[in-house]
Structures are given as structure tokens and as C-alpha cells.
Write a protein that binds this ligand. Structure first.
Ligand SMILES: *Cc1c(COP(=O)(O)O)cnc(C)c1O
Length: 338
């Protein structure tokens, strides 16, 4: 039996996808790059595959696209990272749709008959054509990406720049710029939203306009409990010293599982709703928690993420974003769809 389990709530995932669709009136391109943000592409994508509200999936690179085809995904798959020479055959063989953002991508696709989508850089400073306007028979869609969705002025500037390009292209079946946070702008001329994080119920900002359901729960087991005397160190480098006799639980979940070391002496895990302080440094496979006055014992499960804290909450404590925390979940963590 695994010592750490990530539970993925199928119904809530579906509910979130539908709510995103209802709020925007636009079908979804579900972004499932990086193993569906670490949640598990083989677990998540078959659920999304069933939904009418989801038109397509998006991944970062051709290998991720192939992996989805191999688990039986039939929907359109966009490859956001474009196409390099040598990869073009796989796009045909696995019927993947390249997002072209550089002249070299177009070169790699010379003479190859696949639909393409073109990315423009309206202010992200990452992928996309800047000054060039791409005319090509194969273009079925255009996209751009918001760099600072919480900055209204800059986002509106990007949205205006994109609109100008969209107009020059004329009618296309795929026009998209809105990510989970970007849906706020209700861009009138786009056809799809391109969302990842919100699907899992992690809100991109407080007061998010859609009441999302929490999809993810992460639990790990206690593998040892003992009472340490006062003035006894806990974990590497002795960053925590007990001030009184302390009942210490060892949870089988460490930084190799995805609990960043920066959360040492900071985070809380939960046992039946009770917060348990993390004591000392988080280690590769284990984290110590304060079980003083708590009835938990060896073999019991504690909540890392769930009802009491989200990935977003933990990420804030760690000084990072939920995306990084989620994609840090290792393959040792068992994924279970419920
Ligand atoms: C990751 C990504 C998204 C999804 O962003 P969320 O904030 O998870 O909704 C959309 N578009 C591009 C280009 C991305 O790289």
C-alpha cells in the first residue's frame, strides 16, 4: 500500500470544467502539460476526454502529446512548445497540432499537411511572433498569452494588440488568450479559453468569480511516533529543539515527494481537522510533526492538502506558486481517481 496518495475527485473536476464553460460561454482547451500539472495526465485526461465542454487538450512538447495518444485520447492536442526539425513526423503520426511561434517551426513543417495554430507575443516575452504576421493555408487558429493577468491595464493592452492580429486573420475556428486568471476579462472576440489550474479548484486569485470545487486531496501516513524529552533536537541541522516533552510523529512525505524544504518549521499538516506543526527540517522522505495532545498513531493518515489547506495556501507559505508545488509531486505519490 502506498504511503502517500493524491486523490483526484472526478465529479468535482467535471463540475469545475462545466463552471468555467458556463461562466465564459466558451469551450475549453484544457492545459495538461507537465503530467497535468503533476496531478497525473493518465488519470486526468480520460475524464476531460469525456466532456463536451472540452474541445482540445494542450501540452508543452511532442512527447507529452504522444503519451496522451497512447492512453487513448482522441481529442485535438495542441503542442504549445512548437515543432523542431525532426519532430514533424510525430505530429502527423500522432495527429498533434503544433503551435507555431518561430520561423524555424514553419520550416520544420514545410510540405507537411497538418493544421497549425500561430502564437503571437503581445507582451509575454516568451513564445510568439512579435512583428511578423503569419499567413499560411494551414492556419486554423491563433493564440497569445497574458503575462500578468492580475494587472488589468497591461492585460487590456495585450488583449487589444491580439485583437488587431485576430482581425487581420479573419474568421478562424480557434482564437484564444484567456488562462484561468485571464477569464476575468471576458474577451469578446475569442472562441476558446485555455485553462489549467482552475480545473483543479485552485483559485488563481482571491475572490475568483467562479465558485470552484476542490478536486485534490493529498494524504500521507504516519510511520513512527515517539515522545522526545525537552531540549531534544528534531531533524537535520537541529533547527528545532523541543522546549518540553514532545510527542513527535514521522510522516512518510518529504521534499522528494513534493513538500518543499522551505516549508520546514512553517507548514502545518492536519489530522482530523487538527493542525500539526512541522518540526524541524523536512527531509527527503519524511517530515516530523508535533502530535502532542493528538491521538494519532502509527499507520494513521494525515492531510497534506485537502479540506484545511490547498496547494495555493501551501505555496504562499513556501513563497512560491501552486503550479510549482503541484508539479513537484513525485511519482512515488500514488494517484487515485475517486
Ligand atoms: C500553462 C499555460 C496555460 C494555462 O494557465 P493556467 O493559469 O493554468 O490556466 C495557458 N496558456 C499557456 C500558453 C500556458 O503555458
Amino acid at each position: 500500500m502506498p504511503r502517500a496518495i493524491l486523490y483526484i475527485d472526478r465529479e468535482k473536476l467535471i463540475e469545475n470544467a462545466r463552471k468555467l464553460y458556463q461562466f465564459t460561454g466558451k469551450p475549453l482547451i484544457a492545459v495538461v502539460k507537465a503530467d497535468a500539472y503533476g496531478v497525473g495526465a493518465p488519470q486526468v485526461t480520460p475524464i476531460l476526454e469525456e466532456l463536451e465542454e472540452v474541445s482540445a487538450l494542450a501540452v508543452a512538447c511532442v512527447e507529452e502529446g504522444i503519451e496522451l495518444r497512447k492512453v487513448g485520447i482522441k481529442k485535438k492536442i495542441l503542442v504549445l512548445g512548437g515543432v523542431l526539425k525532426g519532430e514533424e513526423k510525430a505530429f502527423v503520426e500522432y495527429s498533434l497540432t503544433p503551435v507555431v511561434s518561430h520561423r524555424e517551426h514553419l520550416k520544420a513543417l514545410e510540405g507537411i499537411d497538418v493544421p497549425i495554430q500561430v502564437k503571437y507575443d503581445t507582451g509575454m516575452g516568451r513564445l510568439g511572433f512579435l512583428e511578423e504576421f503569419i499567413q499560411d493555408q494551414r492556419v486554423e487558429g491563433v493564440l497569445s498569452h497574458l503575462s500578468s493577468p492580475l494587472d488589468e491595464d497591461f492585460s487590456l493592452l495585450q488583449i487589444r494588440r491580439f485583437e488587431y492580429l485576430v482581425k487581420n486573420h479573419g474568421r478562424l475556428p480557434y482564437i484564444h488568450i484567456e488562462s484561468s486568471a485571464g477569464i476575468l476579462y471576458r474577451v469578446p472576440y475569442t472562441t476558446h479559453i485555455r485553462v489549467g489550474l482552475a480545473l483543479y479548484g485552485e483559485k488563481p486569485f482571491q475572490n475568483y468569480p467562479i465558485p470552484l470545487r476542490k478536486v485534490l486531496r493529498l494524504k500521507a501516513r504516519i510511520i513512527s511516533v515517539k515522545t522526545l524529552p525537552a531540549h531534544f533536537p528534531v531533524s537535520y541541522s537541529r533547527t528545532y529543539i523541543t522546549d518540553k516533552p514532545t510527542r513527535v510523529g514521522v510522516v512518510a512525505f518529504g521534499y522528494a515527494d513534493g513538500l518543499m524544504k522551505s516549508l520546514s518549521n512553517k507548514a502545518r499538516l492536519y489530522y482530523r481537522g487538527k493542525p500539526l506543526r512541522v518540526l524541524g527540517n523536512i527531509t527527503m522522505d519524511m517530515t516530523m510533526v508535533d502530535l502532542t495532545g493528538v491521538e494519532a498513531n502509527v499507520g494513521d493518515w494525515v492531510e497534506v492538502v485537502g479540506e484545511h489547506q490547498s496547494f495555493t495556501d501551501l505555496a504562499k507559505l513556501a513563497g512560491t506558486i501552486p503550479y510549482e508545488l503541484m508539479t513537484n509531486l513525485s511519482k512515488r505519490v500514488y494517484r487515485h481517481v475517486v
